[in-house]
Design a protein around this ligand. Structure first.
Ligand code: IPE
Ligand code: IPE
Ligand code: MG
Length: 267
């Protein structure tokens, strides 16, 4: 058996352990570790970002094949501007190149692509490519790919608060009408279902200002694998781990009402 066949068999064996009825509809990913991956190999950090793109393409295919409906990936945070200009410029250029090269295939796969974040500081050329890609794919219904660029969870929440305050001062809404549903509908994710699963690669155990509102009850899976080494096998492992979780949402799972009188709480 050649290497490709071995990998295929390994992935196949793992995917048999997945309960197809319990696949998360929305998966969010903090794709972290590109720089460290490259540095470890004695390469410039840009090599890690390039390899990271091919991993994203693979994970997009795998998640779609598995039956997920939404993938939301963190590509550039509001804090990433603090990196050296050379790296920031490289990333901006990479976004343009990748979009130009991949948009036709994304469209053929009936994937809708949406960019989430404040696009204002990006160059006009990138903004144009982004708007064209969004407009080309806006009616695609098979899958939604959200790419978070110049995104910050706190900034998003402040933006919603500002919008609601404006609507309230103009009389469009009453302050008493502000509730979770209304707040949710003003978020950049525009009311799509919250992610059931958040994956962060490279072993870091933090959220780094990602989807602060939407991750309220997401299951978190930390992979020690650096993003450029992440693959179908690692993604399937994350899904299997997610499926083993007991999602309680503050309640008490698998405790029938009758047993309440026997539990310690009643004494
Ligand atoms: C994630 O990898 C990609 C971006 C933030 C754009 P990093 O570039 O953060 O890689 P590390 O964490 O420094 O290894
Ligand atoms: C989070 O990774 C942002 C992206 C993956 C785009 P960072 O590398 O910027 O996060 P920190 O600095 O480790 O928290
Ligand atoms: Mg990082």
């Amino acid at each position: 058996m050649n290497l490709e066949n071995i990998i295929h068999k390994k992935n196949n064996d793992l995917s048999k352990r997945i309960d197809k009825q319990k696949v998360p509809e929305h998966v969010a990913i903090i794709m972290d570790g590109n720089g460290r991956w490259a540095t470890k190999k004695g390469l410039p950090r840009s090599f890690g970002h390039n390899k990271g793109v091919s991993v994203l393409k693979e994970i997009l295919k795998v998640s779609k094949k598995l039956g997920c409906k939404i993938l939301t990936v963190y590509a550039f945070s509001t804090e990433n501007w603090t990196r050296p200009t050379k790296e920031v410029d490289f990333l901006i250029n990479l976004f343009s190149e990748v979009l130009k090269n991949e948009i036709e295939e994304i469209h053929q796969e009936l994937i809708k692509i949406r960019f989430i974040g404040d696009l204002t500081p990006f160059p006009e050329t990138l903004k144009k490519i982004i708007y064209n890609s969004e407009s080309l794919t806006k009616n695609n219904k098979n899958f939604l790919l959200n790419v978070c660029v110049n995104y910050g969870g706190r900034q998003e929440i402040v933006k919603v608060a500002k919008e609601l305050a404006l609507k309230s001062s103009s009389g469009e809404i009453k302050p008493s009408e502000v509730d979770e549903e209304l707040f949710n509908s003003e978020l950049l994710t525009q009311g799509s279902k919250d992610p059931e699963l958040l994956i962060r690669t490279s072993g870091e155990k933090r959220i780094s200002n990602f989807l602060l509102w939407q991750l309220a009850y997401s299951e978190i899976y930390i992979s020690d694998v650096l993003w450029p080494d992440f693959n179908e096998f690692e993604f399937l492992k994350a899904i299997i781990d997610y499926q083993s979780r007991n999602r309680r949402f503050g309640g008490i799972e698998s405790l029938p009402n009758e047993s309440f009188k026997d539990s310690q709480c009643s004494s």
